[in-house]
Design a protein around this ligand. Structure first.
Ligand SMILES: [Cu+2]
Length: 336
């Protein structure tokens, strides 16, 4: 482990949102207002949406899958492609994944409650696909289940999803076609809906997507020690941070933090009226868990799945789902 790995690029999972001044889409006509375009660049800071006040939404009822069918003035436009790529899960260790915008996990989509969201999907996979908005109350024909709410999108095809971002919370998006294969191969990403009045005040915020693919157990697409490059949880004494955890895999992961208790504040994007104080929190497949950590015990503390087999790389310990909570105002053995 190098001393350099702590260099604070801890906004992995936080999506770059690039505001282009261009009009939304050609089919919107001249009256379209500029929409925020969501790009696929990982590692940039959150660019929170800026529209003031609750959205005045009037929905059309045109055919599903057609851009502009529900509204012609989206607040957020996200362009996604689904591709087969080679992904470096560990230094020098590549696995084939199926990925949105060439990233495993896909880019984090971050919007505000009430935003009119348009997602354009292009399918570059060798088989049909769809996207499901997991945990979001979208209209039924936007739910992304082939054969139930829409046709499968064939290879080379495209589809548009349009919906109004519902209540705030941590959610995700993932394929719902041949899900057993496609989700296991990596077609998922975080979908965060922020409160319109703004997020609660945290000193830092992290998103950790848990998954397993190609025999590797991953946090944000990497296995330990590569997790420390982009999923190290930086904190300072006295700070309060939020960690959003999303289990996109098929296994339970009891995540355990050394040296601290932490507080589970939301499950599946819903606030807990009686937050739980624990040091290990299981996360079921499909579940999202938001936890608060207070910087009360300086050091470098590992944070890992406590099914220790998930902390191996091809059977070799340590590896897999392990990262660390690292105090910037403390020099540990790890950094000497
Ligand atoms: Cu696990």
């Amino acid at each position: 482990m190098s001393k350099k790995i702590g260099i604070g690029i801890l906004s992995f999972g936080l999506l770059a949102i690039v505001a282009f001044a261009a009009a939304a889409c050609s089919d919107d006509g001249d009256k379209a207002v500029p929409a925020r375009q969501v790009a696929s660049v990982a590692g940039a800071a959150i660019a929170a949406p800026t529209n003031p006040g609750p959205a005045q939404v009037s929905l059309g009822d045109g055919p599903a899958g057609v851009s502009g069918s529900r509204f012609t003035d989206p607040d957020v436009v996200v362009n996604l492609t689904a591709d087969v790529i080679q992904w470096e899960v560990l230094d020098g260790e590549f696995v084939e994944v199926w990925a949105y915008n060439g990233q495993y996990p896909g880019p984090e989509i971050r919007v505000k409650e009430g935003d009119k969201v348009r997602i354009n999907l292009t399918n570059n996979l060798p088989e049909a696909t769809t996207i499901h908005w997991h945990g979001l109350e979208v209209p039924n024909d936007q739910d992304g289940v082939p054969g139930i709410t829409q046709p499968d999108i064939p290879p080379g095809g495209s589809w548009t999803y349009e919906f109004v971002a519902p209540k705030p919370g941590t959610a995700m998006y993932h394929t719902h076609s041949n899900t057993f294969v496609q989700l296991s191969k990596g077609l998922f990403g975080a979908f965060i809906v922020e409160p319109r009045e703004g997020l609660p005040q945290y000193d830092r915020e992290y998103t950790l997507l848990l998954h397993e693919t190609g025999g590797f157990y991953t946090i944000n697409g990497h296995s330990f020690p590569k997790t420390l490059e982009d999923s190290l949880l930086k904190i300072k004494t006295g700070e309060r941070i939020l960690i959003r955890m999303i289990n996109a895999g098929q296994l339970h992961h009891p995540m355990h933090l050394h040296g601290h208790q932490f507080t589970v504040v939301q499950l599946d994007g819903n606030p807990l009226t009686n937050p739980l104080v624990v040091n290990t929190q299981d996360i079921a497949p499909g579940q999202t868990v938001d936890v608060e950590v207070l910087g009360t015990n300086p050091g470098t503390w590992v944070f890992h799945c406590h099914i220790i087999f998930h902390v191996t790389n091809r059977g070799v310990y340590p590896g897999g789902m392990l990262t660390a909570l690292d105090y910037e105002d403390h020099t540990s053995y790890f950094e000497q």
